[in-house]
Design a protein around this ligand. Sequence first.
Ligand code: BTN
Length: 272
Amino acid sequence: MSDNMSPEEAAISEVRLKKGLKTQTWGRGMFEIHDRLDSTNRRAREMAMAGADEGTVVLAETQTAGRGRLGRSWHSPSGQGLYFSVIVHPQFSVERLSLLTPAAALGAMEAVSRFSGYTPRIKWPNDLLLDGRKIAGLLTEMEFHGRAPKFAVLGLGINVNLKKDDLPPEIAERAGSLAMISGRVWDRTGLLAVLLAEMEDAYLSLVNGFTAQLVQRFRQACETLGARVRIAQGKNVLEGLAVDIDAAGRLVVEQAGRFIHVNAGEVTLVRQ
Ligand code: BTN
């Protein structure tokens, strides 16, 4: 960081990050910081294939082909957000794997809350919202040995210091940032340290089998519960009332007296 630059303006500092890092493994070993990369998830996957350890982190100041869910892209303007991916090697059963993304979302939500005092809500399955606007999204990509998980890449994109003008028109109505909500800029290195700690903590809860507690915490943070929702899964569209999150992290939707457990899809809240 140069002398006249505040932490809020500066690039991510690995030295400062490591001083403030309170994790067990995440970010303690291999840690790549790129000025520019196509996608941190793509790079992390490549590293995992080559044998990178649990807790390896890849971060980029900007991504030229940041990946979102459902084949979308993730807008990643330079120096304004946090775009990073973590490699994990889940040793637990396939049944528990469905809680990986909810656990990471919960950890990210708690980190933003602890760091900034602004507590996001979670839009099932993996978006963080502040004042109803999306400020962050998670993309989990997995590789299997037969039915057993070989590794997973957890990728988080969070709009930290983006201003309204930094958002492309097609998402400007729905997206926001921590800076837009709070009216101030934030130290991204400080936030990153807290994100890694809280996301690792939630992940370790899953590793250690505290699944019921995780699901209960997720229910409490989940904006989607109690709302009428429309869920698009390919050509199928389901509409109903979101009534619960089940033990596997699926959204339970009531439609004409039937309870449907949904494990993926694009959720729209239906205004009434
Ligand atoms: C979504 O909401 O659609 C998920 C967005 C995930 C974006 C992050 S940015 C860091 C990581 N690398 C990627 O290419 N994507 C994820």
